[in-house]
Design a protein around this ligand. Structure first.
Ligand code: SF4
Length: 466
């Protein structure tokens, strides 16, 4: 969206006082994200009322919440001037021109398939441009403006999801799975690496399903990654790995049901693919996996993790679990806790189940009360904290390649941006570059390291386990 604004010659400013238009890009995954989105919208509206010079400022609401509640929001939020959905990203500039009563930019009209905005409006209320079923997917030609630091970037390789998870609203918001082409993703990655990016994070709702939507033989939610049947994630990883340069490829949001020996072997054989995988498992109890419709079982997951660890030496596994799903018993939580203790995941997060309107799980009996969800959450998080400390301590004395994120702070291959641990290094190491360091200490999720020639006194973190 920001890329399109720039392409249309518009300036983007973080200072709302200077803006002709404020865009609030919303999330709608769970209740708390909706609440946060609404509070930002109301705050943006209140602020423009306070700014005497900016009374004519327009307020646009974009993103998943607009898409999900396209029918209700224009009536519920009359403060807003326009709603745009997921498929209106390419039209954002002409929509703004239209709202401001300007002629629609010829440049934008020529580079988008839709010539001009044509939203419907009811009397004086907000205009809605949201179309019901999302089909949009960016490609290499989509103008891009990165909001991440220069050395790290996300590439969205596909959009939408075909999975039937009973707790999740995403397929209803984002639509059916559709992949970009390998050529498009590779061209984008090549340009990013040329631009100095050292870490490419591959994302989508289900990265393991990449390419499978184009197969002649229709895959199901359990079909394994298999490049003999058509384009697959393994095809993409090998092509990305062949790009010249020193960089990491990080694989996020893989669905366990699609993992295959071919995928394990490919990661093992591609040195640029980080020894890190993100594989949300959600639970281990067969009963819970079944009612969550995760297309996996406890035995399948245990066996898969064994194969991943055996096939990719040094791999760090990140996962997430949901506690407090309807009908979850104390025995299910006990089984999950035992599994977490036995597996010793390098990285792990726990979510409290959120009852989401429009999902099948929301209508299930035996919803669990908030205090009980909190109790289960705290139990598993404290269990993981102890495991994380053990995992971190194991690195002491080893040499690690790290990517320096900011002054004195770096990340290792096992740390995804914004979510995993940190490696505290000397302030002397250049930001945005790789460095070789030796791990000298650890504390919970974080590590302390020395680069060659460093003196220990240069570090800011004093309390570490030696
Ligand atoms: S695979 Fe992920 S995005 Fe798709 S339905 Fe399940 S939880 Fe939602």
């Amino acid at each position: 969206m920001v890329g399109h604004l720039h392409q249309a010659g518009m300036q983007v400013t973080p200072d709302a006082d200077q803006a002709d238009v404020v865009i609030v890009n919303t999330c709608s995954f769970i209740d708390s994200s909706k609440e946060e989105s609404i509070s930002h919208i109301l705050e943006a509206h209140a602020q423009r009322g306070l700014r005497k010079k900016r009374k004519d400022q327009k307020l646009i609401v974009a993103g998943c919440m607009s898409q999900r509640f396209s029918k209700e929001l224009p009536a519920d939020l009359p403060e807003v001037d326009a709603f745009i959905g997921l498929d209106q990203i390419t039209q954002v500039a002409p929509i703004i021109d239209g709202l401001l009563g300007r002629p629609v930019s010829a440049q934008v009209t020529a580079t988008t398939s839709t010539p001009a905005p044509h939203g419907h409006t009811t009397s004086e209320g907000p205009v809605s441009f949201v179309t019901p079923r999302s089909t949009y997917i960016p490609d290499y030609n989509t103008p891009r403006f990165r909001l991440t630091p220069k050395h790290t970037a996300y590439i969205k390789i596909a959009e939408g999801c075909n999975h039937p998870c009973t707790f999740c609203i995403i397929p209803q918001i984002r639509g059916r799975h559709r992949s970009r082409t390998v050529e498009s993703v590779v061209a984008e990655a090549r340009a990013l690496v040329k631009d100095g990016v050292k870490e490419i994070n591959l994302i989508s709702q289900d990265t393991t399903f990449f390419g499978m939507d184009t197969w002649e033989e229709r895959p199901n939610p359990r079909t394994p990654v298999d490049s003999s049947k058509g384009t697959a994630l393994t095809t993409l990883l090998r092509e990305l790995n062949a790009i010249e340069g020193d960089f990491w490829i990080r694989l996020l949001y893989t669905h366990p049901a699609h993992w295959s020996d071919e995928l394990i072997k490919t990661i093992a054989e591609c040195p640029k693919v980080a020894r890190y995988i993100d594989i949300p498992l959600q639970h281990i109890s067969d009963r819970m996996l079944k009612i969550m419709q995760r297309e996996t079982s406890g035995d399948y997951i245990r066996d898969l993790l064994k194969r991943i660890r055996a096939g990719i030496p040094g791999i760090a596994i990140r996962t997430t679990f949901i506690v407090g799903f309807p009908g979850e018993t104390e025995a299910d939580v006990e089984e999950l806790a035992e599994f977490i203790s036995a597996t010793e995941f390098e990285r792990l997060g726990v979510f409290r189940y959120s009852q989401e309107q429009g999902t099948r799980a929301a209508k299930m009996d035996d919803q669990i009360d908030t205090r009980e969800k909190d109790r289960r959450y705290r139990r598993l998080m404290s269990l993981q904290k102890a495991i994380a400390a053990k995992v971190s301590a194991r690195s002491i004395g080893t040499n690690l390649k790290v990517l320096v994120e900011e002054l004195g702070v770096a990340r290792a291959e096992a740390d995804a941006p914004d979510i995993d641990g940190r490696v505290y290094v000397s302030d002397a190491l250049p930001i945005g570059a790789f460095a070789e360091v030796k791990i000298t200490g650890s504390k919970d999720y974080d590590l302390l390291a020395l680069a060659k020639g460093d003196k220990p006194k240069a570090f800011k973190v004093a309390k570490v386990a030696q």
